[in-house]
Ligand binder design. Sequence first.
Ligand code: AMP
Length: 289
Amino acid sequence: MILIRTKEAMRRWSLAQKGAGKSIGFVPTMGALHEGHASLMRASAAENDVSVVSIFVNPAQFAPHEDFDAYPRTFEDDAVLSEACGMTVIYAPEMASMYPAGYATYVTVEGLSEGLCSRTRPHFFRGVATVVAKLFNTVLPDRAYFGQKDAQQCAIITRMAADLDMGVSIVEMPIVREADGLAMSSRNKYLSAEERGPALSLSRALREAEALLLSGERRVEAIDACIRGHMAPVKIDYVEIVHAETMKPLQVIDGPVLIAVAANMGRARLIDNLKFDTARHPQAAVARP
Ligand code: AMP
């Protein structure tokens, strides 16, 4: 595995791979890698000739009051896991080269960037779309792998790649969870032993909601009430029931639905979600004894 630290060297390497007819898989991350990231890396290694994982804690997606300085940085361990998952390159660009003095260009994906996480983090998706566009322009991937854990981010990056003719396929991978159900996240490191129990209420609430949906429930208010009831132990940021592709709020649960939740538990901001497609679970068939 090679470590590349500059944009110029990264681009040169990618151009050489392309010249040799090799497909490039790409996994953008902020490091502090865990099994969620590993699942993306393994998929990339399996589906492409060569694979790049980037590690860059992107200041453009943090607000001044957020945890940019405290965000866990575990480069040595990340390198070991990346190599074990079959990565060919770790790309870890320097901050100053990503956002030099005079930097002025940002990518905004309209519509999809409204609601859910952007309500309390209005700066967030502009920062994410911008850094991912910059990374795509340097790594030149054929396929890029993202987690459903950040479902709104996935929808935004998919839209951006299509709208800006980036020629990269976006692959969404399922949420990887701890044995107790907690969605894996680099920020889980912030949870104390006492906070862990309440943090589990997010995945529990989503499981209960899924059981209701499978039993044939289609009323948004009923699902919303079920989730809020189970999330009582944490400070809810949002509970949203939206169309899985447009991210628009739904009046009735019909078609591909994303149920997304966010909450604060101590220092940690937790997110989790569930996708459900009513076309795959027709109500009549479910309701029949
Ligand atoms: P991050 O380092 O948090 O920016 O995440 C990098 C990529 O890993 C994003 O595409 C995330 O959606 C994905 N990811 C993070 N946590 C998980 C998880 N628990 N399961 C699957 N993918 C994840």
